[in-house]
Design a protein around this ligand. Structure first.
Ligand code: NAD
Ligand code: MLT
Length: 531
């Protein structure tokens, strides 16, 4: 049974999916404070949250069983991703599901601010009929400056253009082509955007770089009477500077959905919300029926897939290339893991370097995820469940293991092959594996020996002098001890030279068997491995 904790409002459609899942037990504990969260989180395999519950390092420290932290939404500023990564916890979000909701909310706020809709509404409900008080400004022919032209920013741009606005954007991380496709002029520095815009709307994530990026200095550069919209994250705009400029009239109006602390209880925020030129909402950008349904269904499916190990969608801390379909590459990942595990079980000394080479299709395109899987397999024999796809590269790095990756479109003898050379303080070993029929992991190379051995289960790896009688003697010893041989593959460097055997066995060989084998005069090395 997987235990899942839900700490925020989650749409009914998502809860219904959880109820249907026979392998899931879930609890809803809404907005627990830090102490409560840390007390309860230890028994759960996954947690699903929105922006209301911070998942900080202390929560991840207390989360002994946690495998997945799921964010039902986009913003990850309430999740300490580094702390999760170190503990090997997958962090995932649903980046697309509420994009349209937040886009439309931005436009709703911008229009409400220009036409003073909330004040007009309140006035008529008080029984007043004061039409002349509610003179607004039009959007058409005005310049909108968008900071952050990602999913939401670009959609705000296209919709604002439909209102006849001239749209410019500042986003140093997107290309001019993307901006052009959205009919937006990309400006190269923020100051240019600030000096030209009648409306400024922020759509960046909250990061150390964007926190406070619009402060008193930036506001001073803006046009007098500018209007500002923040439907992204509180803290991107300095709230004290915003308040001061709204009071002075430098900024004509602001529309705000998000706050540096939520709910907004500080004196500054209460004063800001009380201003007559501020339209405010309680972080409801994502609150449409459609967005909440989609966010809930997506995050629940993603978390269940992740827990069951069948897919890893929208994981923000997987060291994979984006867009890899885990299901289709899973057999190759298992092959890479087994190669890593075999290396760790065979190599002597402290591992210093791991070189991974992926040859042939499709592995040449998968060198990044396959290296991660190989490192996971390599570290598993010493770290067991503490290592996973999320933290394997970090843990390898912490151990001073240098990792390199290369790829080649052609594999000479096989359609695909993953080669791994491990260099330790005392030796260097090369192991190559290939997937036969897209399913069967086989080991095809061990140093100078070419093989075709099954890379699953238990096996004995023996090296002996190539003299007559060894196979018979080894077979008899195993048979006498009740160890059944499943497959036996042998390779030798030259007649009368050295032979390597990869012997798949159905049950473990105990120490007596191993020592009897080692005592054979022709035997040079006997190792037992389990994959
Ligand atoms: P996104 O990642 O698609 O886009 C963000 C863009 O910001 C990217 O193009 C990135 O290049 C740009 N960017 C990053 N740093 C920048 C910087 N220093 N200067 C300029 N541009 C920078 O994200 P999105 O899905 O469009 O979300 C945008 C924001 O909206 C996020 O903060 C998200 O949390 C927030 N959001 C709020 C609500 C809500 O309920 N109010 C709902 C959804 C999303
Ligand atoms: C988000 O980042 O997805 C939004 O802020 C909405 C939310 O947290 O629910």
């Amino acid at each position: 049974m997987y235990r899942i904790l839900i700490t925020d409002d989650l749409g009914q459609a998502g809860l219904a999916l959880l109820k249907q899942a026979s392998d899931v037990q879930f609890d809803v504990v809404k907005l627990p404070d830090r102490k409560t969260l840390n007390e309860i989180i230890g028994v759960y395999d996954a947690v699903i949250t929105r922006s209301g519950t911070p998942l900080d390092a202390s929560a991840f420290q207390a989360a002994r069983r946690l495998k997945i932290a799921g964010r039902a939404g986009v913003g990850m500023d309430n999740v300490d991703i580094d702390a999760a990564t170190l503990r090997g916890i997958l962090v995932m979000n649903t980046p697309e599901a509420n994009t349209l909701a937040a886009t439309e909310m931005t436009l709703a706020l911008m229009l409400a601010l220009c036409r003073r809709v909330p004040w007009a509404d309140a006035s008529i409900k008080r029984g007043e009929w004061t039409r002349s008080k509610f003179n607004g400004v039009q959007l058409s022919d005005k310049t909108l400056g968008i900071i952050g032209l990602g999913r939401i920013g670009s959609r705000v741009a296209t919709r604002s253009r439909a209102f006849g606005m001239n749209v410019i954007a500042y986003d140093p991380y997107i290309s001019e082509e993307v901006a052009n496709e959205n009919g937006v002029e990309l400006v190269v520095d923020l100051d240019e955007l600030l000096t030209c815009s009648d409306f400024v709307s922020v759509h960046t994530p909250l990061t150390s770089e964007t926190r406070g990026m619009i402060g008193a200095v930036q506001i001073a550069k803006m046009k007098n009477g500018v209007r500002i919209i923040n439907c992204a994250r509180g803290g991107i705009i300095d709230e004290q500077a915003l308040y001061d400029s709204l009071v002075s009239g430098k900024i004509a109006g602001a529309a705000i959905d998000v706050y540096s602390s939520e709910p907004p209880r500080s004196e500054l925020l209460r004063n800001l919300l009380a201003l007559d030129n501020v339209v405010a909402s309680p972080h409801i950008g994502a609150n449409t029926h459609e967005a909440q349904r989609d966010v809930a269904v997506q995050i629940v499916n993603q978390v269940l897939d992740g827990l069951r190990g069948v897919n890893f969608c929208n994981v923000v801390n997987l060291p994979f290339v984006e867009g890899v379909d885990y299901r289709s590459i899973q057999p190759y990942m298992t092959l890479a893991e087994h190669i890593g595990s075999l290396q760790m079980q065979l190599v002597r000394g402290r591992i210093e370097r791991v070189e991974v080479e992926c040859r042939g299709e499709p592995v040449d395109k998968l060198v990044k995820p396959l290296t991660v899987a190989l490192l996971k397999g390599l570290l598993y024999p010493i770290l067991t469940d503490a290592v996973n796809y999320v933290n394997a590269p970090r843990l390898a790095d912490e151990r001073g293991i240098l990792v390199s990756q290369t790829r080649h479109p052609v594999a000479e003898d096989y359609s695909n092959v993953i080669l791994c050379r491990v260099t330790s303080s005392v030796e260097s070993r090369l192991i190559g594996g290939a997937l036969f029929l897209h399913q069967q992991p086989r080991i095809v190379l061990m140093d100078d020996f070419r093989l075709d051995a099954l890379l699953i289960g238990r096996a004995l790896v023996t090296v002996n002098k190539d003299v007559p009688g060894v196979i018979g003697t080894v077979g008899s010893i195993l048979g006498n001890h009740g160890v059944n041989i499943a497959e036996w593959r042998m390779a030798r460097d030259e007649p009368g030279g050295t032979a390597l055997s990869f012997i798949n066995i159905d049950s473990a060989a105990d120490e007596n068997v191993l020592s009897e084998l080692r005592q054979l005069s022709s035997m040079l090395d006997v190792r037992q491995v389990a994959l």
